[in-house]
Design a protein around this ligand. Structure first.
Ligand code: ATP
Ligand code: MG
Length: 234
């Protein structure tokens, strides 16, 4: 479903990604792990069309989406839950969803999806008229995920969804990810919670200094020292 091959990304003179290959199969979860500064966010942003690519190809459902605009990539079915959640703090919960819906679908479809999100996330329904900036970190994370789901993606890119959350909320976020997976949504999951990621992921790729240092199935890598080693080396 997603195939990234030989991806290079630069920030001016900084060579952030060097020949990165990542794959996500339909309905499956690939975990993208790695130390701070390894290039995980850069990889997600490049896939989402939010960061220019200097070399390599990004294919989604067989179509070359390299260099496509971010809005068009969302419309093709790739949703993004950005690092740090980035909800619109001064808008209400409902307005956050409405903005995302208006970009992705017509009014009626958007309203129906918003209603579905309120059912799925009772925590957001309770706070629908509250400004998003007043929500807890966990609630903001749920809102960021709900916002991405408003475009009915077939692939979801998640950048450290559990970062900074209380343990109970970390569990809730991972429960939600498991639920979405069970519904057939494919995901590329950037995480620093390695044990929980290995539990949910089918495949794992570890980035170190802009390169994939280890890749394989979660079952293979969960049993090995390769992941721990990769973190130490980075
Ligand atoms: N806007 C930028 N300008 C210049 N360099 C950048 C920029 N953003 C990231 N970098 C550099 O690119 C590299 C990869 O950064 P990136 O944010 O993708 O890493 P990451 O794996 O997501 O890290 P973290 O775990 O801290 O979120 C790092 O060396 C970083 O310093
Ligand atoms: Mg990052």
């Amino acid at each position: 479903m997603l195939s990234v091959t030989g991806l290079d990304v630069h920030y001016g003179p900084v060579h952030a990604l060097k020949g990165v290959d990542i794959a996500v199969a339909p309905g499956s979860v690939t975990a993208l792990l790695g130390a701070n500064g390894a290039g995980k966010t850069t990889a997600l942003m490049a896939i989402a069309g939010a960061r220019p690519v200097t070399r390599g190809a990004i294919r989604f459902d067989g179509r070359d989406i390299t260099g496509m605009r971010a809005e068009d990539i969302i419309r093709l079915g790739i949703g993004v839950v950005p690092e740090g959640r980035r909800v619109f703090a001064s808008l209400t919960v409902e307005e956050n969803l409405a903005v995302a819906g208006s970009l992705a679908a017509d009014k009626a479809v958007s309203a129906a999806r918003r209603a579905a999100m309120m059912e799925r996330f009772p925590i957001l329904a309770e706070r629908r008229t509250q400004r998003a900036g007043l929500l807890s970190g966990g609630e903001q994370q749920m809102l960021a995920i709900a916002r991405a789901l408003m475009a009915a993606p077939r692939l979801l890119l998640l950048d450290e969804p559990s970062l900074g959350l209380a343990p109970l909320m970390v569990d809730r976020v991972f429960d939600l990810i498991a639920e979405l997976k069970a519904e057939g949504l494919a995901m590329l999951l950037v995480e620093q919670n390695v044990p929980l990621s290995l539990e949910i992921a089918d495949r794992v790729a570890v980035l170190a200094n802009g390169r994939v240092s280890v890749a394989g199935t979660a079952a293979e890598l969960g049993e090995s020292e390769a992941i721990r080693g990769a973190y130490m080396a980075a």
